[in-house]
Design a protein. Sequence first.
Length: 342
Amino acid sequence: MLYASHMDVFALARKLIDIDSTTGQESAVGSALASELSSLGYTVERMPVEGDRFNVWATHSQHPRPELVLSTHMDTVPPFIPSSETADRIYGRGSCDAKGIIVAQIAAAEKLSSLDIHVGLLFLVGEERDSQGAQIANQQPRGAKFLINGEPTENKLAVASKGTLRVELVAHGKMAHSAYPELGDSAIEKLLDALESVRKLKLPTSPKAGPCTMNIGLIEGGRAPNVIPDDARAHLLFRLVGPAQELRQQITAAAGDKAAAEFKLEIPFMEFTTVPGIETMIAAFTTDIPALTAWGKPLLIGPGSIHVAHTEGEYIEKQQLLEAVDLYAKIACDLLVAASGN
């Protein structure tokens, strides 16, 4: 049965969507959330991150160290897209990734509170860039046994999530007039050779998570069409399905003497706890969970589809949003009852 409360979940979702919170600019939505949670009776802590950016940590005053925490992120990718609404959907940037999820988690916490079950709410900055908010939160754990992280999984529990390996291939050459190429050394041609070798790598596959994939997301280099380029680089992103050490070695070897492989970021492949009776999936994307290791055993689930996140037409189904409220509450109850041994 769908949860009905005094909260207007659709109105709150639209209110949050209508606040621009692209990564780095989360303070306004953080303040709005802090005010909303305070009005619902929560004790709210603004956990400083950087500049005026902060995480929001909310608990009930009599239960400052809850065993279970519901968490997701406040930031969105650009550009800002204000909300709109139809009979069945809410549209706008962050509707499913992840402001709709924020609202579902608040409503679930309210439902649980009515059953005298008290959970914490942790809303983070910076997930879309570097999980900076999660990293700061991980230095200040509050003793939770379980963390239910929200990302758009269509209300299915993730069995695992792929990791991320960001790599820059950097090639250097020698400038010269393009009429005399023998006097120069083209960094772009070196880079193209290195990329071709990397593209031929046999990437690993996991029986559980499927194939590791690679995206060449950005190529830069050169000075002008009539100048032999002395510098070029490509930005690559691999979706990991296991440990990355062997893959790192393969990338370096493939680039050879044509380009240097600079490893900029690694987020590990993760496997998660599941709950019987709830449909499962594999998340091909990364989350804040690897940066929240001190916040309890992780689960990953949320309303909305990742396939519309980060798109111009991002939306969340209203029915799925309401179902998520009951789902979060059910999972929390199941976990806490099992942990208590009752």
